[in-house]
Design a binder for this molecule. Sequence first.
Ligand code: DOR
Length: 442
Amino acid sequence: MPAFDLVLRGGTCVLPWGEEATDVGVRAGRIAAIGDLRTADAAESIDCTGLHILPGLIDAHVHLRDPGDPAVETLETGTRAALLGGLTAVFDMPNTAPSITDRERLDWKRGYLDGRAWVDVGLYVGASKKNIPELAALELQPNVCAVKVFAGSSTGDLLVEDDASLEAVMRSGRRRICYHSEDEYRLQERKPLFHSGMPHRNHMVWRDVDCALIGTQRLMTLARRTGRPAHILHVSTAEELELLRDYRDVSTVEVLLNHLTQTDEAYDRLGGYAVMNPPIRDERHLRAAWAAIADGTIDVVGSDHAPHSRAAKERPWPDGAAGLTGVQTIVPLMLDHVSAGRLSLSRLVDLMCAGPARVYGATGKGRLAAGYDADFTLVDMKRERTIEEGWIVSPCGWTPFAGHRCTGWPVMAILRGAVAMREDEVIGSPRGTGVRFAEARG
Ligand code: DOR
């Protein structure tokens, strides 16, 4: 019997301690060896000359809308998009229709992954004012990545906006809680200042810097008071990044690809297809986000893939839906940022592999190291390619990045030892399963 099921030969591996030209051996779906395997006996071997081998990339922030509207997205289409885009795991948000807020729906969702998920999936549980006492048990269920709290309203009906309820959520359970942080009171107070049909750029005027900052200040005060770890999702302002540097004892930080890539000019160019919560803002915030990538403030980069129908995106502002697709395009766009010199491949791996594993406590993922799952994203940093709408497999069928030319492209993805995507084709059938978390074992 060969020593390995699979050997990746001749590539440049992005290891936790740096880049190394070395080989990787896989046995029974896990990494069995890293080193010179030129003469090793293997059932299958892949020539990776000219390619970088990254640990399987993770998008820790996606809305796959299942249950919901299959004309927009399903778990099957969303995970297929993830795989074609070079990801091997996603963490799926709970604001579906209906939302994932109790044991029954969570169990249903876990079972639903079988035969439908093309990549591995972590599951968020939504907090509502009704399920606060149950959250402590729900967060310990298998495959749960975190409790998600909408402290400001967005798509769906999940909302926990007042300090007393937020504190009660923090006192129910102990794992890190993920927050959508916009101050609901300021959002509602300012709503009457705007009316239907106003230019889309008013989205960032309505949901302004203070909405985000006040929301995050309130959450940080409560997190420190209760000692409950927080993860502030999609931080979008220079001011919050500055604040969060003083709360590293209780908080980790996510920034989105969109906030690293788009500025307010997008409203004029894309109309409703630039509208998301929290909003895309001006250049000053984009520069602050890149500075926070450079100095380590940011732990995770995600896409916040949030598909909606074209009809919902094309309604006049502010009646349209907020949220942008991104699960299929995050990897090419982040690789393009690497090519432009804005971050290194090692930092990308930190943000999309080690970061999610650390923040959410995932086990067996996020690290190219012996014993870990044999999940790999193979990238060709010389490949140039333009993102085209026809490539998008989410049924809603659009991307705000159509026409964007990328240098660097994911050419292959390997899931637990088997090639799952190669050159734009998904291979075999959906083999995705629930991601495991140290503190959630059932
Ligand atoms: O723009 C957004 N869309 N922000 C969110 O927080 C939710 C998301 C969605 O689910 O549509």
